[in-house]
Design a protein around this ligand. Structure first.
Ligand SMILES: *[C@@H]1O[C@H](CO)[C@@H](O)[C@H](O)[C@H]1NC(C)=O
Ligand SMILES: *[C@@H]1O[C@H](CO)[C@@H](O)[C@H](O)[C@H]1NC(C)=O
Ligand SMILES: *[C@@H]1O[C@H](CO)[C@@H](O)[C@H](O)[C@H]1NC(C)=O
Length: 359
């Protein structure tokens, strides 16, 4: 499967983030380089980012020409290897030059253009390894590396020139192969080690289903999953076990401040069909998928106590208010004061009302 397929820059980035951990038993280290060239600018913009799984760990660009960490845990690497960021800076400069050379080789890329290259290695929890490298031009596949044969596969005709040049450069293909199979895997293992707390976290989603009644007589069921990690989650609304995708509205999967993720999906239904709907959630950390329907909220013992206490407080407050009212009324013999203070029954009904809202 091509990871740098058709589509926009963003799609490419998204595909690469997802591809990095397809099936969440895989972990990945990916470097994504982008060069944006405008015809009226002599110097194109170049930037490179390193990701472990979908977490941005380091960044390099042609403005500063310096690789810098982007996440706190990656700083621990410096303790073991003080030249880590110098090495990354040199790698960044190398790829910047490599991409400029690539652009110069291809004479059809004189207008505004985006070149992207990707270097990824993946390690599965059972020890399997994968590595790949490819280049895209304006969001389309351009050339990809055949790591086993040390050759390049051109995806489009203009890439033939680059293919011939790179095929002949065995020093480059050998070093790329060894990077993907060795150094990259070593760094990935180190990254998973250092970033263990954030990357190897395992938190199952907490799933709830709530219900809103619309003015049109239809109901909206909202399924919320929160507190989960890793990010990959498969949540669907199902009617009688069948996925009901067209009628489902979704929020994206968004991060919480504690590093876990949150998502929601809702569906509009006829109230009489309510019992057929289930929110189906699959997540790597769940022992088995969850199927949740909407449940009439059960008043627990503590909230019942809360209601009783609330009523009592209401009664006491009401009586007090009445007493105070009576006192002022008596003292001033004024009708106004008596009217302003709430009556016992008003007080009671508002207290019970708010106790019920809080359930
Ligand atoms: C370039 O990198 C520097 C840090 O080295 C960063 O502050 C700056 O925001 C980056 N520029 C862009 C356009 O990403
Ligand atoms: C690119 O350059 C080659 C010669 O270097 C030429 O044969 C070819 O027609 C050029 N292609 C374009 C699109 O300019
Ligand atoms: C690459 O090598 C494999 C064997 O490892 C071979 O079957 C395949 O044909 C080769 N591909 C190319 C494009 O040479």
């Amino acid at each position: 499967m091509s990871r740098l397929g058709r589509g926009s820059l963003l799609l490419v980035a998204a595909a690469f983030l997802l591809g990095g951990c397809s099936g969440s038993s895989w972990h990945s280290l990916c470097y994504l380089c982008t060069m944006i060239g405008e015809p009226d600018q002599n110097v194109p913009d170049f930037f490179a980012s390193g990701y472990v799984d979908d977490e941005l760990v380091g960044h390099y660009n042609s403005t500063t020409r310096r690789a810098v960490p982007r996440v706190a845990w990656v700083r621990k690497v410096e303790k073991e290897n003080p030249h880590f960021w110098d090495w990354n800076t040199h790698t960044g400069i190398y790829h910047e030059l490599k991409m400029k050379a690539l652009q110069d080789l291809d004479n059809h890329s004189k207008g505004s253009h985006i070149w992207q290259s990707m270097y990824c290695c993946e390690l599965s929890t059972d020890g399997r390894k994968r590595g790949f490298s490819q280049v895209a031009y304006n969001g389309e596949d351009y050339i990809s590396f055949d790591k086993e044969n040390l050759t390049w596969t051109a995806a489009v005709v203009p890439a033939q020139v680059t293919k011939r040049k790179w095929d002949a450069d065995l020093v480059y293909s050998k070093s790329l192969k060894s990077f993907l199979e060795e150094a990259c895997i070593d760094w990935l293992q180190k990254g998973l080690d250092y970033g263990r707390e954030s990357l190897l976290r395992r938190e199952p989603p907490v799933v709830t289903v709530s219900r809103k009644v619309g003015s049109d007589g239809l109901e909206t069921l909202v399924c919320r999953a929160h507190g989960f990690f890793p990010k990959e989650i498969d949540a669907t609304w199902r009617k009688d076990g069948e996925i009901w995708e067209q009628e489902t509205f979704r929020g994206g999967v968004v991060p919480n401040s504690d590093g876990t993720y949150y998502t929601w999906l809702s569906i509009k239904i006829h109230p009489e069909d309510r019992d057929f709907y289930r929110c189906h959630v699959e997540h790597n950390v769940l022992p088995e998928p969850l199927d949740l329907d909407w449940k009439v909220p059960v008043i627990s013992v503590t909230s019942k106590m809360g209601l009783i206490v609330g009523v009592l407080v209401g009664v006491v407050a009401g009586l007090l208010a009445a007493g105070v009212t009576f006192y002022f009324w008596k003292r001033r013999s004024g009708y106004q004061a008596a009217r302003k203070a709430p009556s016992v029954s008003d007080q009671l009904s508002s207290e019970v009302g708010s106790a019920q809202e809080n359930l």
